[in-house]
Structures are given as C-alpha cells and as structure tokens.
Design a protein. Sequence first.
Length: 342
Amino acid sequence: MSKRPSLREIAAISDVSVSTVSLVLNDRPGISEQTRLRVLEAASQLGYEIGSPSAPRQATNTIGLMIEHGSIHALMDIFYGDVIRGFQSEAQRLGYQVLLHMYDQHSEELNALQSDLVERVQGLIIANDGDITPEMVVQLEKASVPLVLIENRIEGHRLPSILGDNFTAGYTVTRHLLSLGHREIAILRGPTKYSSLVDRLRGCFAALGEAGVTVPEAFLPPPASEHPQKGYLQMKSILSLPRKPTAVVAISDKTAFGAMSAIHEAGLRIPEDIAIVSIDNVASSVYTNPPLTTYHIPRREMGVLAMQKLHRIIEGRAEIPVKSVMYGELIVRESCGAQKPE
C-alpha cells in the first residue's frame, strides 16, 4: 500500500502554505478561486480523497508541543508551566488548537513519532532538550514540518530557537554574591543533559574565574539522578562537610527550594549563616522563608514568541532562522542578605 499524501506534500506541489491547503481541503473561506483550484488539482494528483476515511488524519489548524515525559511535573507550576501557558494563549489567539505530546524515550520509537505526531500537526514546538536528543530534532527537521525550539539548539542546524539568557543568569547571580563579599561559594548544579542548565553553570564559573575564586569539588555536588528533591540532597551533602560555604548558587528555583529546606532543617539561618541565590523567578519564589533572590527568566513571553514564529513559518512568510535570547533581570530579595526585611 502506498503512503498516503500529507498536507505538506500537497503544499509543496501547489506552492502554498500548509495552512492554505488545510483551509482549501476543509472548504473554508478566505482563499482565492485560483489558489483553491491549484490546491485541489495537486491533491487530486497525489490521490488525496477529500472527506474520505482513508485521508490523512491531519487536524485542521492544529500545532504540536513536544516536551520530554520527565518534565510532566513541571506543567502546572515550576518553569515550563509558564512557558506552556504563554504558548497556549497565543496559539488560541491565532486560531490554533494545541496537541501536547509527552515524549517517553522508554516506550516510544522515533519512526512512530514521525508517522503519528508529525502527520497530525501543521507545525511543531519542541520545548527543552534532555531526553529529546539532537538526533531526534534533526530527524523531525527532515520531515519538513515547521519547527521552532524553546530552550534548545542544535549545533550546525539553523533552526529558529527561543532561549532564556541562561549564561548571563548564572554570571549575574554569582557576581551578586561576590559583590557582597562571599568567597566560599557552593554551586548546586543540574543534569548535564539540559543545555540551559549547562549554560547557567558556565556563567557561574565565568564570574568566579574573573574574581579568582575556585570552588572545591565538595562544594559542587552532582544532582541525584531521577530524584525529585535534588536540591535538598545536594545541600545535605554540603552541610555534612566540616567546612561549610557562606553562600550557595542554586541552578534553578526548584533546586533552591530543596536547599532551603535542608538549611532550615540543619538549624541554620538564611542569609545570616548561608546566603542563597537562584535562577528562574517562579511565582512561589517570593513566598519562601526568606523570600528568594533569583534571576527572572521571561518564561511566558518565551512561549508567546515561539508561537508567533511558528505561525509565520506555517503561513509561508519569510522568516530568517535565528537564536532569540530573551533578556532577564536580577530580582534581589532577602535570601542573599542584600535586602533587609521591611
């Protein structure tokens, strides 16, 4: 049995966008008669039977959002909840439905992903990397689906990417601690499979290197693999040492929350005994005890911008592939000791 034609194949032959093909095949208004006839002729040449059960299951005005299965806990609160909410609201404003796909590396094959997800959507957003490897993204790119990345980039491939200013974030929060006189600084790093967390760590090291400060290996505990309380366990490891840091950089707010619990549990005070800073500025960071100094990453705006870029690509507009880095800012609160409680 021959492979059923996709909307992208029809669009390529008729020299229009995928969304235009979708409008024509679903008998929607707003398309010139000349364009409509060209699309219908291309569909007929490829054997696309309009209204037939055997036609491809591509949904009208549907775009996909793919994120690794391990991030599902983040959908409702921490970092990616805001990214997804921004993306969803902008998609609805532009008239799209969103198909959320949680990729599970243990149970899902790439070929099945391509034949199922790609054929059902007009465009695809990939949020984060981790289990979604560069090889996977390249394969999806070859499927010619309009593609935009969030907090992900593939070296050697000019795919449009929306990134937080992660290097600057790590550099800025570390410089802030150094400006307060701290030299005994620990870093609670994250898994290296996430490029955003690696960039943050690089920023931390750059600030420390400029100041001539080195971090003992014991002050750089690795994250516990697949454990939900990585920050707590990392901080416990540091607090068991005879020599303790005066300050801590947590690679994310979620990591900082666990670290703060461990510090309080040990009977120590923040920031009097140990100052702490982090990165993300999630909503709950202002409600910690004390409120958390953190670097704001504009998560919702990242989702909005990604959807806008994807929409322009789907519409066939000229779109130069660029890495767009969203500006952030340091939010100083009480946990670092630079702000006194009111």
